[in-house]
Design a protein around this ligand. Sequence first.
Ligand SMILES: [Zn+2]
Length: 295
Amino acid sequence: MTEADPLRLLAVHAHPDDESSKGAATMAKYVAEGVRVMVATCTGGERGSVLNPALDRPDVWERLPQIRVEEMARAREILGVEQEFLGFVDSGLPEGDPLPPLPEGCFALVPLEEAAAPLVELIRRFRPQVITTYDERGGYPHPDHIKTHEISVHAFEAAGDPDRYPGLGEPWQPSKLYYHMGFTLPRTRALHEAILASGHESPYAEWLENWDPDRDLSHRVTTRVHCAEYFAVRDAALIAHATQIDPTGRWFACPLEVQQRVWPTEDYELARSVVDSPVPEDDLFAGVRSEVTVR
Ligand SMILES: [Zn+2]
């Protein structure tokens, strides 16, 4: 007798809203296919600010941590995913020269072994075949994003080892680990040129001028997931994080139709794999599907 073991995807993110700006259309696509998708949110985003001018009010600032939980719940419903907070406290984005020390007790300061424990427990309970996270630079240099990368790699390697983290559940080895490669130079350039060609002003001109080509990671992309029909779902989820996004800002300045035509994929780097999955590929579950359908 054969029994299908459902496919499960775990996306590890630093703050509420990150799941809606990185890989959201991919998640919505897999949810539509019947894949179980779980978002792990490392921190509550307590030290974020209000980035939407329309909500920059004292009553909003006062309730910000609670509001961010409510926003996350709405985004979760829109994306059709499950979601859990891992319970760490936002480190904030340090600014100044020299940089101020990180606040005591924040996520970035928790020792790695301890910081990865809740994620190991979640992996052993949810049993994802695929995990997505940020690259070693964090995608952008927020200490929580870098820490998110570190615990994801650590937990990917530890969750299947019965000698590590005893007491946190039955060992489970995920098959593949991916890094988001969403903000690449070729994509931004392609969108920029398409907007100009359509006779509009590009929101990316300044970005492109200041882009250090050495920091572009597009050569590392192994995997492009076609998910253009879910870009609108992604945008709706992002707007649900109302305090964190200016609906009149750069995020929404590129027409959806242009994005769907010019760059219809979300892109990833396959960073670890314990299954045979030759790259390039267009499916995060490539090499996994055949193994889980029969057991
Ligand atoms: Zn973040």
